[in-house]
Structure formats: C-alpha cells, structure tokens
Write a protein that binds this ligand. Structure first.
Ligand SMILES: [Zn+2]
Ligand SMILES: [Zn+2]
Length: 245
C-alpha cells in the first residue's frame, strides 16, 4: 500500500516538475525528448481542426458537409462575437494539455498552448489588442492564476499585441461542465461587465475551451457594451465535436 502510494506520488511529482527533470520527458507519453514539452508523435497526434475546413464561418465548428459554410446553430441565431476559432478538439492529448494548465497548475504549458493559438487562425491580424475571460476574485484566489490570462499574455509575446484587462466577472457562476447548453447560457447571463472605456475597436478574446459558446457570448456582449466594435474569440480547444449540419 505504502509502496503503491509512493509510486503514485512520484508520478505526480514527475508531472508537476517535468521541465526540471533531465533529460526532459514528453508531458503526454513520458518519452524522452530533447526540448520542449511534448514529443513529435504526440504533437502530430493532437486533434487539430484543419483551417481549410469545412468550418462554420462564424463559430469555427468543424462541419461534416464539405459544401456547408455555416453550422445549424449560427444559421439560426446572431452572436455578439464576430468570429470564433479553436486550434483543435477538446479530446486526447489536447484536452490533457489544457487540463494540465488549468487544473494541475502547469503554467509552463502556457507558452506551448499560446503557439497553438497562433496556428488556429490569422485573426490577430485584425485585432488591436488581446483580452481574456476573467475569473471571479474568489476563483482567482483559489486557483492562484487565470489560465486564459496566461494564454493571452503569452500570445502578446508572440504577436506584439497588448493584453489588456477589459472585463470583470460580477457574480459567481456554477461549474459549467454538468450543465445543458440552455443552462450554461442562463448560468453565465449577466456574469460579465465591461471594465472602463474601450481603448480599441477590434479585440481578441482568449479562453482555453469553447463548449456551447455561452461564456464567449456573454463576454462579447459585455465587450460590445463597453464600446468594442469587433470581437474575435480564440480558444485552444473546442468541446462537443463535429456539427452535422
Ligand atoms: Zn509524447
Ligand atoms: Zn457556427
């Protein structure tokens, strides 16, 4: 029992301090690597969403029909955001990397995931600044960092765009994971408010995961209330898979 617990603890420890071990090991499969955080095989195996599509022009959902250019949801509802894109699907190695940053506090994964954000589209060419989905003050104290802010700040280093804090979370929300799409929207409705006056007109909103779009939508609503004219949402991963229409 003690031995098993000891081994599990060692594994945890290795995960938590991977970048300090030498030689470095792939965060996902444990294979030795020369540099970076994941090996080539794991990188190649990430569930990318191909930029060449077919993708929904609005929300970036991968579409099954090669002739289609908008998903069923976007055809039927307006969004406050102008466009949303994600690097890949929230599954496999990509989900592990996102969870590593968010739940295991592996901040060293932020620069890696920021590079993936750059591969998810050229939206940063249109935007004048980057911002991020805020956490409530309580959540920020609990977690110690905001993963969306870390991603935005790493993207700033890569693009030269400033990261600015433009939103406040004005009330606590429930964890979205167990909620239905309709409940998610209700859960985040009115949860975000603009902070100060808009200093730019086109802004990129960074988050780790896009699921139903409810959080992106409410943040975009607040950004537009705050005076931003165009909002481009960029997330590392998209949950929910492929849209059939
Ligand atoms: Zn690997
Ligand atoms: Zn769509």
């Amino acid at each position: 029992m003690m031995i098993r617990r000891g081994a599990a603890l060692l594994g945890e420890l290795a995960r938590g301090t991977l970048q300090l071990l030498y030689p470095p090991h792939c965060y996902l499969c444990g294979a030795p690597i020369e540099e970076g955080y994941i090996c080539n095989d794991c990188y190649e195996g990430l569930p990318r969403i191909p930029l060449e599509g077919p993708l929904c022009v609005r929300c970036g959902a991968p579409l099954a029909d090669p002739q289609a250019d908008i998903c069923g949801e976007c055809a039927n509802r307006p969004w406050f955001f102008d466009r949303a894109r994600s690097f890949g699907l929230y599954e496999g190695g990509l989900a592990e990397l996102v969870k590593g940053l968010k739940y295991r506090g592996e901040r060293a994964l932020a620069p890696l995931l920021a590079r993936y954000l750059l591969e998810a589209g050229d939206f940063f060419k249109y935007t004048e600044a980057l911002t991020f989905v805020p956490l409530s003050p309580l959540k920020l104290r609990e977690r110690g960092f905001n993963q969306a802010e870390l991603l935005a700040r790493e993207m700033s280093k890569l693009t030269g765009l400033p990261t600015i804090s433009t939103l406040v979370k004005v009330r606590e929300t429930e964890d979205q994971t167990a909620l239905s799409p309709a409940e998610r929207l209700e859960n985040v409705r009115g949860a975000f408010a603009p902070r100060g006056v808009a200093r730019f007109s086109r802004i990129g909103l960074i988050d780790d995961v896009y699921t139903t779009g409810a959080t992106a939508e409410e943040c975009s609503r607040a950004l537009k209330e705050g005076g931003y004219e165009e909002v481009y949402v960029l997330t590392v991963a998209r949950a929910g898979g492929r849209q059939n229409d």
